[in-house]
Write a protein that binds this ligand. Structure first.
Ligand SMILES: Cc1cc2nc3c(=O)[nH]c(=O)nc-3n(C[C@H](O)[C@H](O)[C@H](O)COP(=O)(O)O)c2cc1C
Length: 184
């Protein structure tokens, strides 16, 4: 089972990208997680450019989503919401509406911030956007506040958060299996 990890941060030392890398260390047997690194290249959404063939970076994002069994998003919070570049990429991914690559795709959302609230509002907004695009949004969240103190050298120091992360991944894997069972 292939999970695509999508971080909403472009920052080299992003806590959200680090959280996805931590997730990759705690996967069940038979599950792999690849962190996508194409977010920066996605151009601003313009309906005039939303034609076939799509801009290269958009086509690459859509292909990465289409090739995944599930997606684990980790988002920072910018001004109580989702970073613009992540929302922009999802706007591209959400088209064409009826057949978009997110439709029925199991997805889960976690998040990290340096403040106390762990990107909780951004996570809620991201779930809303993903649901609007037709993704199967798995319940469960990881609210990693004070992230700069809780990940050290790729290791998630907070045991409770680690257990929550393992729980979200396990729910995501179960959603993939449930989807496959319905399709069979
Ligand atoms: C423009 C901007 C707005 C921010 N707004 C919020 C916010 O509303 N709530 C919050 O908890 N943190 C906020 N932060 C702090 C980020 O959540 C924090 O820098 C986080 O570590 C960024 O994620 P990253 O480490 O993955 O890059 C903001 C940071 C920036 C740069």
């Amino acid at each position: 089972m292939k999970i695509l990890g999508v971080s909403g941060s472009l920052r080299a030392d992003s806590h959200n990208t680090a959280l996805l890398r931590c997730a990759a260390r705690h996967l069940p047997e038979g599950v792999e997680l690849e962190v996508w690194d194409g977010l920066r290249a996605v151009p601003p959404y313009d309906e005039d450019d939303d034609v076939d063939p799509a801009p290269q970076a958009v086509a690459a994002f859509r292909a990465a989503l289409a090739g995944a069994d599930a997606v684990l998003f980790s988002t920072p919070e910018y001004n109580s919401s989702i970073p613009g570049q992540l929302k922009n990429a999802l706007d591209w991914a959400s088209r064409p509406y009826a057949t978009n690559v997110l439709r029925n795709l199991p997805v889960a959302v976690v998040g990290a911030s340096t403040g106390a609230f762990g990107a909780v509002w951004a996570q809620a907004e991201l779930r809303k956007v993903l649901g609007a695009a037709g993704a199967r949004v798995v319940d469960g969240e990881v609210i990693l506040g004070h992230a700069h103190r809780k990940i050290d050298d790729g290791v998630l120091l907070d045991e409770e958060i680690r257990e929550q992360l393992v729980g979200v991944i396990s729910d995501l894997a179960a959603a993939v299996e449930a989807r496959a069972a319905v399709a069979a």
